[in-house]
Design a protein around this ligand. Structure first.
Ligand SMILES: Cc1cc2nc3c(=O)[nH]c(=O)nc-3n(C[C@H](O)[C@H](O)[C@H](O)COP(=O)(O)OP(=O)(O)OC[C@H]3O[C@@H](n4cnc5c(N)ncnc54)[C@H](O)[C@@H]3O)c2cc1C
Length: 371
């Protein structure tokens, strides 16, 4: 079988490797000069396990299920964080600390209760130390390039995907199956109706004194301080990182291109003010380095869901990415629809569940747990 993949982000690279291992002929077309550009590295570098999504069960359970598979398939692509602290804001959170912890427990997630004061945190209901990890983009990029080898075509922008009775064509080359992994930047194949493109900004900081790990304040209009690489941390805030909603990727990117220093000063002021509320030593601990711009593709819905989904029309699949480790949701869906057996085994976290009704059964358990 001949598979053509558009986009060399996390999804395109992972699916490229999966299909190579299945014995297919694979071409991955990436417009940029390297893999893992755009959103695949311009993000918070958090390897999700589920702690981040108390209000959205599908996203939470997708990451709960995919995290162990990611660790198994890519053991060198992430690093532990010594103290990865999640805390629940007294004032701004949409769930209280007790409910938050019960949801995490009911989802099978482990954590240790810690004293917020030991981590310089104020104005919160309680805090936990989690096992969430830091993604290593350099290692992932190097490995993906090496393993994809000649299947990878860099500097290769796809301008047309045409479906036909016997296959689909990418820039005139025919494939049995084409997979659009551009996070909907390329408008081809089936796309979700209620989606939009969101320009984003995170702020990079250097630590002026040793920082204990990572701090995420839940849940709603709150901030995070997360390590990015050896030298940098990122600061983000739900209300100020998201910068608007646009119909096309190009419009969202154009917004980012026009951001001025004065705009950034306002964002920095707003984010710092919020960070100081729950982490009063922020200014003594961190020095501003510069912005990280990116574009997020999102569904418009109330629970802030970031589910991964796949749609198929004719010979073309479209992948709507959620989180990075949920690449396996896309893998399972596409392999199943093409009649392959999944490469990596599904981890049975809830072996007694009726999988047909997995979602509603888990919802019922969560309802019971949170009373
Ligand atoms: C601010 C921000 C923070 C985030 N934080 C996290 C986080 O901490 N953890 C997490 O798991 N997820 C996070 N995410 C989400 C994560 O970034 C995405 O889920 C992931 O990057 C999606 O990968 P992808 O391969 O689908 O898309 P992309 O990374 O967007 O890759 C698509 C690729 O397609 C290429 N392309 C586009 N058009 C064409 C074309 N016509 N021809 C050829 N190539 C083309 C692009 O150049 C790009 O390389 C965050 C996202 C943002 C924006």
């Amino acid at each position: 079988m001949k598979i053509g993949i558009v986009g060399g982000g996390w999804y395109g690279c992972h699916l490229g490797l999966v299909f190579k291992r299945c014995g297919c002929e694979v071409d991955v077309y990436e417009a940029e000069a390297d893999v893992l550009q755009l959103a695949s590295i311009n993000n918070q570098a958090r390897l999700h396990i589920g702690y981040h999504y108390p209000r959205c069960s599908v996203t939470r359970l997708q990451t709960v299920a995919c995290f162990p598979r990611f660790m198994e398939a890519y053991p060198t692509f992430s690093k532990p964080i010594e103290n990865n602290i999640y805390t629940v804001s007294k004032k701004d959170s949409l769930v209280d600390f007790r409910t938050y912890c019960q949801i995490m427990e009911a989802s099978g997630l482990q954590f240790d209760y810690v004293n917020p004061a030991d981590f310089g945190i104020a104005g919160v209901d309680g805090a936990i130390s989690t096992q969430e990890r830091l993604l290593d983009f350099d290692e992932a990029r190097r490995t993906f390039k090496e393993k994809l080898g000649r299947s990878l075509h860099l500097n290769s922008r796809v301008t047309s995907v045409v479906d036909g009775p016997d296959g689909a064509q990418i820039n005139g080359e025919t494939y049995d199956t084409v997979i659009n992994c551009t996070w909907c930047a390329l408008k081809t194949g089936p796309q979700p109706e209620n989606m939009f493109f969101e320009p984003t900004v995170l702020l990079y900081y250097e630590a002026l004194q040793p920082f204990y790990g990572a701090l995420t304040v839940m849940d709603g209009p709150c901030f995070s301080i997360y390590p990015y690489d050896e030298d940098r941390y990122s600061l983000s805030h739900v209300s100020f990182t998201a910068r608007g909603q646009y119909k096309t990727f190009a419009e969202a990117q154009a917004f980012n291109d026009q951001v001025t220093e004065a705009d950034l000063d306002v964002v920095r002021c707003n984010m710092t003010e919020k960070a100081l509320k729950e982490f009063p030593a922020f200014k003594e601990c961190f020095r501003y380095l510069g912005p990280q711009f990116s574009v997020k593709t999102k569904y418009s819905n109330a629970c802030a869901s970031r589910d991964t989904a796949v749609k198929k029309q004719g010979h073309v699949f479209s992948v709507f990415s959620g989180k990075i480790d949920t690449i396996f949701i896309a893998e399972d869906s596409i392999l199943e629809q093409l009649g392959f057996k999944s490469e990596t085994s599904k981890i049975a976290l809830f072996p007694d569940l009726d999988m047909e009704n997995e979602e509603s059964e888990l919802e019922r358990r969560l309802q019971r747990a949170v009373g």
